[in-house]
Ligand binder design. Structure first.
Ligand SMILES: [Zn+2]
Length: 241
């Protein structure tokens, strides 16, 4: 690319320029953020992964968007998330528990087949709810919870049909990255976090989907407990099989 630039463009045709750009993009793709190289140390792989702190949020199905925000309403992007195609929406709802409510819980898009509310343990206690650690709202252990929007009210039934839970700590990975590291969907890994409160978190669930970028998700309680903020990194420990 540098060579091309020094030639001041005079001797280049469009084909040459586009070939150079494509070659450069392919390099970025291969060496890129989707599956960086882990370091082998003490008989295991160590992989630096960015950590996202998931603040309380919910996902909605299309039917519930219509009830809470009005027929024909669609979610609007507030900001894009680290995972491509996912976003925090402008829309927020009130979540009502047994004892209290939380007035602002942000909706994340796009919509899903069913609705689910993801809270930290501290928030569950404020609401007067005893919530399970789970991976999705379809888990039968999820609890009922009521959502209040500007246009309507919905109660999620829990018991496997959408409900509230505390998200299990997890790492997002593409299928390409998972193959490269020798892990599969459902594996549990250790995560070392350095800093003022050095900590190893166990049982980080591997979640694999094509197109995902490597990213660990902890909730606000976990982030606060280990003294980290959004965007810091941790070291994922991957056993060599
Ligand atoms: Zn996640």
């Amino acid at each position: 690319m540098e060579q091309l630039a020094f030639r001041n463009g005079a001797a280049l045709n469009l084909d040459q320029i586009s070939q150079a750009v494509i070659a450069r993009l392919a390099q970025i793709e291969v060496a890129g953020e989707d599956s960086p190289e882990p370091i082998e140390r003490n008989g295991r792989l160590e992989l630096t992964v960015p950590i996202g702190i998931s603040v309380r949020h919910l996902h909605l199905c299309d039917e519930h968007v219509a009830i809470l925000f009005g027929e024909g309403h669609s979610l609007t992007v507030y900001n894009e998330l680290y995972q491509k195609g996912y976003y925090a929406a402008k829309e927020q709802v009130m979540v009502v528990g047994k004892r209290r409510c939380i007035e602002t819980v942000r909706v994340l898009g796009p919509t899903r087949p069913y609705s689910q509310v993801e809270l930290a343990q501290t928030e569950a206690l404020q609401l007067g709810l005893k919530l399970p650690i789970a991976t999705e709202g379809a888990d039968p252990a999820c609890k009922p919870i009521t959502l209040v929007g500007p246009q309507g009210v919905v109660t999620l039934p829990g018991g496997g049909k959408g409900g509230a839970f505390i998200a299990r700590r997890h790492v997002h990975m593409s299928d390409v990255a998972a193959r490269r590291y020798g892990v599969k969907n459902g594996d549990l890994l250790d995560l070392f976090i350095d800093g003022a409160r050095p900590t190893t978190l166990h049982g980080v669930l591997v979640r694999v989907k094509a197109g995902w970028r490597n990213e660990i998700h902890l909730d606000t309680d976990e982030g606060n407990a280990v003294g980290i903020r959004n965007g810091q990194t941790g070291t994922l420990i991957i056993p060599i099989k």
